[in-house]
Design a protein around this ligand. Structure first.
Ligand SMILES: Cc1ncc(COP(=O)(O)O)c(C=O)c1O
Length: 393
């Protein structure tokens, strides 16, 4: 065994050691940790569907009828009717020609970018894109150009410069809602650029799907350009309350990925119970209940973010249910998260490498099921914990 103790001790000394927190109850607005009730402010179960009776019933019933496992990858014998029906329903939901399931958002971003691009191609990627996009770009072998976060003028310059020696396929890729800042990509501007420069536009809507847009179609619906996004990636593990991911795109793109995408080809397909839960989640998001849940989530977000903003805290430009509070350095960030846990509030302290050095933050995420009075009280507790830490400096 190579000695790892020194490395781990160094991480710990720098307040950078990560460890797992055991959650002893189901994902809801409250959870049990170390036997104590905590207000959960770091779950992606935005619409509260992870515990919804309709999803639980769909998962149980499909498991009884079709078993626990799918038995194989899609191209072998794991392409069950349930997978096909869900893909048709995703395509209808997103208004695309076709859709393809992946086993997770991480696998999707890896497999989509690797499947579409090769060394002769070029990808333009936002500086704050999710790690799975970064890894997908790397394994594709394409030339990678990182543009500063949401900086359309700089992206345009980079596209112009690359045009002089244009070869291969071009892909512009962005998160819809950025996972650490909670801000939104300027999709209409990106559409204009991808059309002008004849590139594909891919949007990772892990955090926008189900939540944004009047009908919950996500960031592209919110920005008014749903039909113009070539590659719409989304996940089922967040607002949809379940697990897995998808790409909605044209039929040729989906056919290419079935033939080339390694994370799609070389992995056992999603289990029947999960696929059935995803189908139930799509229906719910599309229903009046889905709309009511989106509205409750937005009200909680306005209340929580408004209170923090009025106290002068820096929320990193967030306009969504992801509400970061900038705390800069690891030490105050982790002290504040620890203090909050003692006061019954569980949220994440985010440090490098997830964010850049000096950009540590407390990151809160809201749910439709949170009680508005509790959300108000939580925002006030965060303000007082941060001001106590400030006076102790
Ligand atoms: C923007 C974004 N994309 C992709 C993923 C990965 O999705 P999954 O958890 O389904 O692997 C995440 C997960 O945190 C994410 O935030």
């Amino acid at each position: 065994m190579q000695p790892l103790d020194k490395y781990l001790a160094e991480l710990s000394a720098q307040n950078m050691l990560r460890s797992l927190r055991e959650i002893e109850s189901a994902q809801g607005p409250h959870v049990k940790i170390d036997g104590r009730d905590q207000l959960l402010l770091c779950s992606n179960n935005y619409l509260g569907l992870a515990n919804h009776p309709a999803l639980i019933e769909a998962a149980c019933s499909a498991t009884r009828d079709f078993g626990v496992g799918s038995g194989a990858s899609r191209l072998v014998s794991g392409s069950m009717s349930l997978h096909h029906r869900l893909e048709e329903e995703i395509a209808a939901f997103k208004g695309s020609e076709a859709a393809l399931l992946f086993n997770s958002g991480y696998a999707a971003n890896n497999g989509i970018i690797q499947g579409l691009l090769g060394p002769e191609d070029r990808v333009f990627s936002d500086a704050l894109n999710h790690a799975s996009i970064i890894d997908g770009c790397r394994i594709s072998g394409a030339k990678i150009e990182i543009y500063p976060h949401n900086d359309m003028a700089r992206l345009e310059q980079m596209l112009n410069a690359a045009s002089e020696l244009r070869r291969g396929r071009w892909l512009i890729v962005t998160d819809g809602v950025f996972s650490m800042d909670g801000d939104i990509a300027p999709l209409k501007d990106l559409v204009a650029l991808k059309e002008r420069f004849d590139a594909w536009l891919m949007v990772d809507d892990a955090h926008g799907g189900g939540v944004l847009g009047r009908r919950g179609r996500g960031t592209a619906e919110y920005c008014g350009c749903l039909a113009q996004i070539d590659l719409q990636m989304g996940t089922f593990g967040k607002a949809f309350g379940s697990y897995g991911a998808y790409l909605a795109a044209s039929r040729p793109v989906i056919d290419l990925l079935i033939n080339r995408s390694r994370s799609f080809i070389f992995s056992t397909s999603l289990p029947p119970g999960v696929v059935a839960a995803n189908r139930a989640a799509l229906q719910l998001v599309d229903s009046d209940e889905g709309r009511a849940r989106r509205e409750r989530l937005q009200e909680n977000q306005r209340r929580f973010a408004g209170t923090l903003q009025r106290a002068g805290l820096d929320l990193c430009g967030s306009t969504t249910q992801i509400v970061p509070v900038l705390t800069h350095e690891p030490e105050p960030t982790m002290s504040a998260a620890g203090q909050l846990l003692k006061r019954g509030i569980c949220l994440s302290g985010i440090r490098p490498p997830t964010v850049a050095r000096g950009a540590c933050r407390l990151r809160a995420t809201l749910m439709a099921d949170h009680d508005p009075a509790e959300i108000q009280a939580a925002a006030e507790t965060i303000i007082s914990v941060l001001s106590e830490l400030e006076t102790q400096k």
